[in-house]
Design a protein around this ligand. Structure first.
Ligand code: ATP
Ligand code: MG
Length: 572
């Protein structure tokens, strides 16, 4: 492609409102332009990258017998009402009405549509398993669209759905997808980890997220420094501690602690460690009140609480609700002498604490030397806290470390969540109707583009891995007024194109400095500069990633480029 004929609107300044490096660079290098918050146009260069990522995905899907189709983005409300998600999805679902007042949604995912199709078309176990996928724009009215393509309101997703007559078959496809996703992200040049994840609102059990490691990532990954264990911090299990030392059990005592509310204030006031205090928090789980206890220096993991209580929604009780249900103000709540109607759950680590301090359920008072095994009798213990750096890895191998990640993909075992709600059944060998088992698998294609940029750039601009680069080669004719340079550049452009390379040819009548700066910013893997030594038949070849540059004669050029391309494709 001739640069004079395409649209690459580069910017010299860093756009003021773009926080993420990928957002800044994609704007500056002319890859994207914003329509409005969370909605972008993919300019010609970004479109090329998207096509390359999609081609990789298509190859990997083909390999595991997943078949591509295309479903409507605009969907009638009735299908969503059948699954129940019309009512539970919340404000992220983009809803609209047609001219007759009928309600519609713009698809954020396609479980409903695909399940309705398969329900109508597949009747027998003989037609299962079946995996369908599509690549398409999705719509989610995100609360905080940000970081450019990383969290958009319209974004491109690859979504796949599999249908099965047995759990083993679902397991097989899940494994295939897991491997295909590993291949896709490896081929895209991403440094990533698959992590154990929470199934969230979509329902289901087994699920992994694929996290591109990046400081800007919104998720925290807990991983072992010695094994392959990695989990979203939401899901990382903490092993139960067994009591080690025996200490003298003391008598419980009430202490006056005026205005001392937080664990930090309490620890300072009593000159003890926060790990000798118990944090008591009143939560509301689907409307019922539950007291949750953790060690003072630990953080409660609401997802674990939600799972333990099998609750749809949990939130912290308001100050008014604390007063109403416990009879004291927040800061003095505790498990002793609590309203017996309130269930108490506690983290495992609380069980082995001795002579601890808790709120006295009386304003301005705490209790010290509390021993829960002696002083209470109705506490349920479970793993309820967030894992911490330095904790032992749950698989028993190594120590937990933290990293930040961008979720670029996720694989789910849905089970019968949708097939039961929407009556998608098949007839088994004995002619009995059974709900299909399902899996669903998503890749954020546009988010992946941004994640690649987060990992592959330098202070001059983008540094594309060859596999997803918009073009392979960038040919620069430095002086378009110099007949010899123009002719040589044109010849190389034609010859190398004929060899199958995808080339961007800077034939603009711009100054050399502008061409170099734009070229660095755009970041194609190999640059061929036709400049002063054109009449000797010598050009400069520069590798964007390493900065290495070579003076090469036109005779040697083709062989040299071939070698460099091979190098780049094995070391991306
Ligand atoms: P997140 O937790 O980041 O909101 P999600 O878990 O809700 O994402 P999924 O329903 O799993 O997203 O969607 C599949 C994939 O689509 C995600 O792994 C992610 O890569 C991508 N994706 C989801 N939401 C967005 C968004 N707002 N912008 C860009 N990509 C997105
Ligand atoms: Mg997800």
């Amino acid at each position: 492609m001739r640069q004079s004929r395409t649209l690459i609107p580069t910017l010299r300044e860093v756009p003021a409102d773009a926080e993420a490096k990928s957002h800044q660079l994609l704007l500056r290098a002319g890859f994207i332009r914003q329509n409005t918050s969370g909605i972008y146009s993919y300019m010609p260069l970004a479109n090329k990258v998207i096509q390359k990522i999609q081609a990789i995905i298509r190859e990997e899907m083909e390999n595991i017998n997943a078949v591509e189709m295309l479903m409507p983005a605009l969907q009638q409300a009735e299908t969503w009402q059948e699954s129940g998600r019309w009512y539970s999805y919340g404000p992220e679902l983009m809803r609209l009405k047609d001219r007759h007042g009928r309600e519609f949604a713009l698809g954020p995912t396609h479980e409903e549509v695909v399940t309705s199709i398969v329900r109508d078309e597949i009747k027998s176990y003989k037609r299962l398993p079946l995996t369908l996928y599509q690549i398409q724009s999705k719509f989610r009215d995100e609360k905080r669209p940000r970081f450019g393509l990383l969290r958009g309101r319209e974004f491109i997703m690859k979504d796949a759905y599999s249908f099965h007559s047995s759990a083993e078959s679902l397991d097989d496809t899940y494994q295939d997808m897991y491997q295909a996703y590993t291949n896709v992200f490896t081929r895209c040049g991403l440094n990533f980890r698959p992590v154990i994840a929470d199934s969230g609102a979509i329902g289901g059990k087994d699920t992994h997220e694929f996290m591109a490691l990046s400081a800007i990532g919104e998720d925290t990954i807990a991983y072992s420094d010695e094994s392959s264990y990695a989990a979203n911090i939401e899901m990382a299990e903490v092993a139960e501690v067994v009591e080690s030392e025996t200490v003298e059990i003391k008598d419980m005592q009430e202490i006056h602690t005026p205005g001392v509310k937080t664990i930090e204030e309490l620890a300072t006031f009593l000159n003890i460690s926060p790990s000798n205090c118990i944090k008591s928090m009143l939560l509301k789980a689907d409307g019922r009140f539950v007291l949750v206890l953790t060690r003072g220096d630990h953080e409660v993991n609401e997802i674990k609480v939600k799972h333990l209580l099998d609750a749809g929604m949990i939130e912290f009780a308001s100050a008014e609700e604390v007063v109403e249900n416990i009879g004291t103000t927040p800061g003095f709540v505790g498990p002793i002498g609590l309203n017996p109607e309130i269930e108490i759950i506690a983290d495992f680590s609380v069980k082995v604490m001795t002579n601890v301090v808790v709120g006295a359920n009386k304003s301005d008072y705490h209790l010290q030397n509390v021993n829960l095994s002696r002083d209470t009798d109705h506490i349920q213990y479970a793993d309820l806290r967030f894992i911490k750096e330095g904790d032992p890895s749950p698989d028993g191998k190594g120590t937990i470390r933290f990293a930040r990640g961008i979720e670029v993909g996720q694989v789910f075992k849905l089970g019968t969540r949708y097939s039961e709600a929407m009556n998608a059944t098949y007839l088994d060998e004995n002619g009995r109707a059974k709900p299909m088992l399902m899996g669903c698998y998503g890749i954020g294609v546009s988010r992946t583009l941004s994640a690649i940029v987060e990992q592959h750039h330098d202070d001059k601009g983008l540094v594309w891995p060859l596999s997803v680069s918009p073009y392979d080669l960038h040919i620069l004719a430095l002086n378009m007024k110099n007949e010899g340079q123009v002719q040589l550049a044109e010849t190389l452009y034609k010859d190398l194109q004929a060899k199958g390379y995808d080339i961007l040819f800077d034939d603009r009548t711009e100054r050399a400095g502008v061409k170099f700066a734009d070229s660095d910013l755009i970041g194609l893997p190999i640059r061929i500069t036709v400049g002063k030594r054109a009449d000797e038949g010598v050009v400069e070849v520069k590798i964007r990633k390493t900065g290495d540059s070579f003076e090469i004669t036109t005779d040697e050029l083709s062989g040299f480029i071939e070698k460099q391309m091979k190098n780049l494709s094995t070391h991306s």
